[in-house]
Design a binder for this molecule. Structure first.
Ligand code: FEO
Length: 404
């Protein structure tokens, strides 16, 4: 095993996690990869490590190229466990190496490891590391998506090692965007990018725009973007930059998602009538029952649609537990630029629809009101009201979409 060569002397030496389906609670139906990179130069340099379970694979890949003891520098772009928990194995093999990390990264590293025996150099934006014929430029990216985060740019080869940014949770034998697209489809890759962005980077749109502008101002030519998860962007790095800028600006499809749960099928019957109304109103509509849908998929579909209708039965005067969980997860992601409406069935007092509006308004989302409550079981007239509600929502979403 010797990894995969990106450019002459620069290798992917990471690991593919074909099995993971629960990534700290985030559903990963495609698995993922932990990418890290070895630059063979006068002073060999490792960029990031991998999750501890996969350290043996990383070390085998490195050994297929060179003796790890000769590694002179280890760059830690991000200290989260899936990337930095291979560091002690590397430092055992290459005790003379210098770790390069941001100040916040160093402080975080101290919480995970006893670093007293390691040589650690803190770096900041604009610092450069000369490793022989190559020079590595560091650029801090705080809160993208942890305080410690940074990216590293090889000036001669014009490769950006972007840590989590521009990644995707994909386990594939394809290491590059063009390889993946030839064995799957461009739509599969785009879906993986959106899924990752929605669940990890949604709160940071403004920071993303500012950081991409900073990169452009520095005049960095990004001929290859190598993230820490998924495929490396070598054929079309512009594509991922465009996608990120569009998502950061709140651009999305003109469509509707209906996300609901149900106890005795009443809210489900409302959903069916509403979905027909949305469709007849002229918009595609994706319907997701939460007990049958991973939370991360529901968030992705919320993000992909300009408008979402959330349906919940009232249980003990409040929303159904799965809807509460969805709203809590969504609140943390600080969504913007989406229109929301609510509906649901009730037995006596009600409360779910009101709570959905209150919660989504607290998030700053715009509301399509009034919502619809139905007592016990929808009558024919109730279903007609639901249909009209869906139709009206589609009309409103089209107008709302015109703002972006
Ligand atoms: Fe892939 Fe923020 O770790």
């Amino acid at each position: 095993m010797k990894g995969v060569e990106l450019k002459e002397g620069i290798y992917w030496v990471g690991a593919i996690d074909w099995e993971v389906r629960d990534f700290h609670g985030y559903e990963t139906p495609r698995g993922t990869s932990y990418n890290n990179y070895l630059i063979v130069d006068e002073e060999p340099t490792l960029v990031d490590t991998v999750k501890y379970d996969f350290a043996d694979l990383m070390i085998k890949n490195i050994k297929g190229i060179m003796n790890p003891r000769a590694i002179k520098h280890v760059i830690i772009n991000h200290i989260e466990n899936d990337h930095a928990t291979g560091i002690d194995r590397i430092m055992n093999l290459a005790p003379g190496a210098t770790i390069h990390v941001t100040e916040r990264g160093r402080k975080g590293l101290e919480r995970f490891y006893d670093i007293s025996a390691w040589t650690v150099k803190t770096v900041k934006t604009g610092d450069r590391l000369k490793i022989g014929k190559r020079t590595i430029l560091f650029l801090e990216t705080p809160m993208l998506h942890w305080p410690d985060s940074m990216v590293s740019y090889v000036e001669e080869e014009k490769i950006l090692f972007s840590q989590d940014a521009f990644g995707q949770h994909i386990a594939s034998s394809a290491r590059f965007d063009d390889e993946f697209v030839s064995s799957a489809t461009a739509a599969d890759l785009e879906d993986a990018v959106i899924d990752y962005y929605a669940n990890i980077l949604m709160p940071f749109g403004q920071l993303i725009k500012a950081k991409i502008a900073e990169v452009q101002k520095l005049g960095l030519d990004l001929q290859m973007i190598a993230p820490d998860h998924g495929v490396i962007w070598r054929a079309d790095p512009e594509k991922i930059l465009r996608m990120y800028l569009d998502m950061a600006e709140g651009k999305t499809g003109l469509s509707v998602a209906v996300i609901y749960d149900t106890m005795w099928h009443s809210t489900e019957r409302m959903t069916q009538a509403i979905a027909r109304g949305v469709k007849d109103g002229g918009l595609e509509c994706k319907v997701l029952k939460l007990r049958a849908t991973p939370m991360s998929v529901a968030v992705k579909e919320f993000w992909k649609a300009r408008g979402t209708l959330i349906g919940s039965p009232t249980l003990n005067n409040i929303v159904f537990p799965t809807i509460a969980q969805f709203l809590t997860y969504l609140r943390g992601l600080r969504p913007k630029n989406r229109l929301v409406g609510a509906f649901g069935s009730l037995g006596w007092g009600g409360g779910a629809v009101k709570e959905i509006y209150e919660t989504t308004k607290q998030m700053g989302l715009e509301a399509f009101e009034p919502g619809i409550d139905v007592l016990y079981k929808p009558t024919f007239e109730d279903e007609e009201r639901c249909y009209e509600f869906g139709y009206g929502f589609a009309e409103e979403v089209k107008k709302y979409h015109g703002r972006f």
